[in-house]
Ligand binder design. Structure first.
Ligand code: KMT
Ligand code: NI
Length: 179
């Protein structure tokens, strides 16, 4: 099961865990109420894994690439990390599958509190269109992840505030109907 927890408010290094004290863990059930879904797959066999093939087929994740985030491999590393950590949303789902290394996806809950999701090798996550979120490396400073998309990818992040978009309105309606 993916590990997730409420964050503290400290401005310390974003790569640190920032666990609230006392600890407030977040379950996969709580994440799914926010429209966030986490799965575990066998990352060593991603090239031939029938489970991954099934997920891609059932969800029309026709497009994929692999991104390696490390200071020696990613062009404009520092700048990209800054962009990833700006609170933003997308007009489409964000789907990531960790093949190596690790990192954190932070998502806002219904009361706008930050939840930190620890993503390690084998973890797949789907963030719904319209959810405010951000990404950071952790203290290992390395992640290799598959990015999946339905059709031709559009990566545009809309930094908060981005409330005028249809994807945001729809996401808020989804939360309402869950409440
Ligand atoms: C994103 O959109 O925030 C990213 O692609 C982050 C890196 S994927 C682990
Ligand atoms: Ni994003």
């Amino acid at each position: 099961m993916v590990q997730a927890w409420y964050m503290d408010g400290s401005a310390e290094d974003q790569r640190k865990p920032h666990r609230l004290e006392p600890d407030r863990p977040v379950t996969e059930q709580q994440l799914s109420e926010l429209g966030v879904h986490a799965f575990k797959l066998d990352a060593d066999s991603y090239e031939t894994d029938p489970e991954l093939a099934k997920i891609r087929k059932e969800n029309n994740y026709s497009w994929m690439d692999i991104i390696t985030i490390h200071k020696d491999t990613l062009p404009n590393y520092e700048q990209k990390l800054k962009i990833f950590y700006e609170e933003h949303l997308h007009l489409d789902d964000e789907i990531r599958y960790v093949l190596e290394g690790s990192g954190y996806f932070d998502v806002r809950d219904k009361e706008e509190r930050w939840i930190r999701i620890s993503m390690k090798k084998g973890d797949m996550i789907t963030l719904p269109a319209g959810i405010y979120h951000r990404f950071t490396l952790d203290e290992n400073n390395y992640i290799k992840a598959m990015r999946l998309f339905v059709g031709e990818p559009v990566w545009t992040p809309y930094n908060r505030p981005a409330d005028k978009y249809d994807a945001r309105t729809k996401y808020l309606q989804f939360l309402e109907q869950k409440a």
